[in-house]
Design a protein around this ligand. Structure first.
Ligand SMILES: Cc1ncc(COP(=O)(O)O)c(C=O)c1O
Length: 438
């Protein structure tokens, strides 16, 4: 916990401590974090402690009242934070939030118990009855279900669009309040030109009052902050399922929203009152295991994904391979080169279809992989050290009705593959063996 007296225990002056972390390369920063965090001082223990605590000693009633009155507002560096209760703020969560803000080039971040908790909080903190969402039609199945099955009961409705063509933004209704899409769509791997969207929205917003302005929320889970930073491209919210590549090992559930200062308090209020708080043991693990190894895992996964996508695209039994690194359009290239190193990162997700009319061959193939493959596991989730395969239409996207899945190209023959850190040739051999058997 931050304590000003700690400054006297360190060898370096405070101004030097607070400056250095922001100048470092991203992989360095992901190992060390902010040297002078208000949550923990990295100059004492090498690794911040995993706490098991829910409430805090408040010293005086005035201090307790101040903590509640000021909850959610920014604590300036050097001010002593008033810790109250873990559903409000928790040191490991705050350190993780600092790291996520750095990665996403955002002023602040708020963590949640899952990606869906983060998505719900963006909607709940900004939309009211009568508001309209424009969403790309290809999005994660539970987000689709949230927008389609639950929000209409609160009179918040969604119109489904194809964001590859942004003509629909030429003229929009007054009640349009949220534009929602995924930087790389799950599971079609369509890449949206974020800058084009935010520029068009900014033009519309010039003539709107503050509380009527259209907000842009981008789920960046598939791309990861190593490839793309939506807030830096003008989006209001960058959302992550931390469960995926950021945590990386398949051991934690989590979600986050990175945004500008003004949206932090409303998001924290929703988290406080709806309760989707990230467990501190999960944030500890993401902070100490997930983030410091993310670069290594991502680079290895991406390198393998390029080889595997090329292998699949040349295979006679494959109909179509969807991978942003295969013949990228300028939009794809732009969106996936907007990270701090400006290098193009098509990532580790591949979707493909077999030459199959009615999904029987696809099912046989997947069952063969599930039974016989050593490196590839039939399981949902993605971005983990283990390679995973699934059929979205039958699994993660089963909430899509027939018309919606047709509209968004999520057929029951589309296979989604998340590449892990195994040797690429071993993954290719397992795919090849399964392909021989169909
Ligand atoms: C793109 C995307 N967004 C959000 C989520 C939801 O995340 P969580 O499972 O952490 O709630 C997922 C889950 O697969 C996802 O793929």
């Amino acid at each position: 916990m931050y304590d000003k007296s700690i400054e006297s225990l360190t060898d370096r002056p405070t101004d030097e401590l607070s400056d250095r972390s922001s100048e470092k390369a991203i992989e360095t920063r992901l190992v060390h974090g902010e040297e002078h965090s208000q949550s923990w001082d990295f100059s004492n223990q090498l690794v911040p402690p995993m706490t098991s605590n829910t409430t805090y000693r408040l010293k005086s009633v005035e201090r307790g009242a101040k903590g509640f009155a000021e909850y959610g507002s920014e604590v300036l560096k050097g001010d002593e934070k008033i810790w109250i209760y873990d559903r409000l703020d928790e040191p490991n969560n705050l350190m993780l939030e600092e790291q996520l803000s750095f990665m996403e080039k955002a002023e602040g971040s708020v963590t949640f118990s899952s990606g869906m908790g983060a998505i719900s909080a963006v909607v709940l903190s900004n939309l009211k009855a009568g508001d309209l969402i424009y969403s790309d039609s290809a999005i994660y199945g539970c987000t689709f279900s949230l927008f389609k099955n639950h929000l209409p009961r609160f009179n918040i409705n969604t119109k489904w669009m194809d964001f590859s063509n942004l003509d629909f933004l030429k003229e929009v209704p007054e009640n349009l309040r949220l534009i929602y899409f995924e930087s790389v769509a799950n599971p079609t791997l369509k890449v949206i030109d974020i800058l084009k969207v935010t520029k068009l929205v900014n033009t519309i917003n010039e003539n709107r009052e503050e509380d009527k302005k259209i907000l842009v929320a981008v789920d960046n889970t598939f791309a990861t902050p190593l490839a793309c930073n939506p807030v830096a491209l003008g989006a209001d919210f960058t959302i992550h399922s931390l469960t995926k590549n950021i945590s990386g090992f398949g051991t934690e559930l989590g979600g986050s929203v990175s945004t500008s200062k003004k949206w932090i308090t409303p998001l924290k209020m929703i988290r406080k009152d709806f309760g989707a708080v990230l467990n501190s043991k999960s944030s500890w693990s993401i902070l100490n295991h997930g983030l410091p190894t993310m670069h290594l895992r991502f680079n290895k996964q991406e390198e393998s994904a390029k080889k595997i996508a090329t292998f699949l695209s040349k295979h006679e039994k494959i109909d179509k391979v969807l991978y942003p690194g295969l013949d990228p359009s300028s939009e794809t290239f732009n969106t996936l080169s907007t990270n701090s190193t400006k290098s193009f990162h098509p990532g580790f997700m591949i979707s493909f279809t077999l030459k199959d009319e009615n999904n029987e061959i696809t099912k046989n193939f997947i069952n063969t992989v599930a039974k016989e493959s050593y490196t590839i596991t039939l399981a949902v989730s993605l971005g983990l050290t283990k390679t995973l395969i699934e059929v979205p239409k039958l699994m993660t996207h089963s909430s899509y009705d027939e018309a919606s899945s047709q509209e968004s190209n999520i057929s029951d023959t589309l296979i989604r593959l998340s590449i892990g850190v195994e040797n690429a040739n071993d993954i290719i051999n397992d795919l090849d063996e399964a392909l021989k058997q169909i």
